[in-house]
Design a protein around this ligand. Structure first.
Ligand code: HEC
Ligand code: HEC
Length: 225
C-alpha cells in the first residue's frame, strides 16, 4: 500500500476518513422501507375503515340526516320532523328510504351505528327542560346573542345537502348521477327545481342565492373524468 502524504490527504480529512472506515464495519442497514403505493390518477378513493368502532349517533345524524331533516331533526322544507320517532321506525326507514329519502345500506351506516342513531333520533324528541324560576330580586343573565354566521361556502353546502345522494366528490352513487363538472346554470336550475320524486327542490330558506352561487362554482370545479 502506498503512503499518502498530507499533501494528498490532510490531517483533518484523515480523521474523517478513519471514522468513515470504522463506521463501514457497523451492522448492515435493514431492508429499505417499502414505499406506500400511490393510487393511479383518477382512481376512486377507497374509504378508509374507521379504526375507532361505530360512530356516535350524533355524528351519523349530522353526516347523513341533518341536511334534509334539520340539525335537530326539527324538519325543513324538504323533509318532515323526525325528532322523537320510535327507534324501530327510524331503523326501518333508514334501511328502506322512501319518497326522496335515500335508503342507507350497511356500507354507509353499520347495524351498530344504526342502533345508536335510532336512540339518538328518539332522544331528539325529549322535551327541553323548563328553566327553574329565579328567586325574587335576581336579575336574569342575558342570553348571549348568537354570532351571525355569514353564507356557507360551496364545499359546506355540498357536503350538507348533496353528498348524501351524489357522493362526496359528486362522482355519483347508486341513487344519483355523476354531477362533477356540471355547468353552473345546470346546478342552479336543478337545485331550485329538483326532480319530482327523485331529488328535492332546495328553496332559499335552505340555500340562499349567495350560497347557491358558491355551490354552483364548487360543483363546476369538482374534477370529472
Ligand atoms: C334527501 C333528504 C333526506 C335525507 C338525507 C334523509 N331523509 Fe328521512 N325523510 C325524508 C323525507 C322527504 C321523508 C318523508 C317521506 C316519507 O316518509 O317517505 C323522510 C322521512 C323520514 C322518517 C319518517 C318520519 C315519520 O314520522 O314518518 C324518518 C324516521 C327519517 N326520515 C329518518 C331519517 C334519518 C335517520 C336519516 C339519516 C340517516 C334520514 N332520514 C335522511 C328525507 C330525507
Ligand atoms: C335525494 C337525493 C338527491 C339529493 C339530496 C340531491 N340530488 Fe341532485 N339528483 C338526484 C337524482 C336522482 C338526479 C337525477 C334526476 C333526473 O333523472 O333528472 C339528480 C340530478 C342532479 C343534477 C342534474 C344531473 C344531470 O346529469 O343533468 C344536478 C346538477 C344535481 N342533481 C345537483 C344537485 C345538487 C347541487 C344537490 C345539493 C344541493 C343535489 N343535487 C341534491 C338526487 C339527489
Amino acid at each position: 500500500m502506498p503512503a499518502f502524504s498530507a499533501a494528498q490527504i490532510s490531517d483533518a480529512e484523515l480523521a474523517l476518513l478513519a471514522d468513515y472506515v470504522y463506521g463501514l464495519g457497523g451492522p448492515a442497514p435493514g431492508p429499505a422501507p417499502t414505499p406506500t403505493p400511490t393510487p393511479p390518477p383518477g382512481a376512486t378513493p377507497t374509504p378508509t375503515p374507521s379504526p375507532t368502532g361505530p360512530r356516535a349517533g350524533a355524528t351519523v345524524f349530522s353526516t347523513y340526516c341533518a341536511g334534509c331533516h334539520g340539525a335537530n331533526g326539527q324538519g325543513t322544507a324538504v323533509a318532515p320532523r323526525n325528532a322523537g320517532t320510535a327507534p324501530a321506525l327510524v331503523t326501518a326507514k333508514v334501511r328502506s328510504g322512501g319518497g326522496i329519502m335515500p335508503a342507507f345500506g350497511a356500507a354507509q351506516i353499520s347495524d351498530a351505528e344504526l342502533a345508536l342513531l335510532a336512540d339518538y333520533v328518539y332522544g331528539l324528541g325529549a322535551p327541553t327542560p323548563t328553566p327553574t324560576p329565579l328567586p325574587p330580586g335576581v336579575t336574569p343573565t342575558p342570553t348571549p346573542t348568537p354570532t351571525p354566521t355569514g353564507p356557507r361556502d360551496g364545499a359546506t353546502v355540498f357536503a350538507t345537502y348533496c353528498a348524501v345522494c351524489h357522493g362526496a366528490y359528486g362522482q355519483g352513487t347508486s341513487t344519483a348521477p355523476d354531477i362533477a363538472g356540471k355547468s353552473r346554470s345546470d346546478v342552479r336550475e336543478k337545485v331550485r327545481k329538483g326532480k319530482e320524486g327523485r331529488m328535492p327542490a332546495f328553496g332559499r330558506e335552505l340555500i340562499s342565492n349567495v350560497e347557491l352561487d358558491a355551490l354552483a362554482t364548487y360543483v363546476r370545479n369538482l374534477p370529472s373524468d
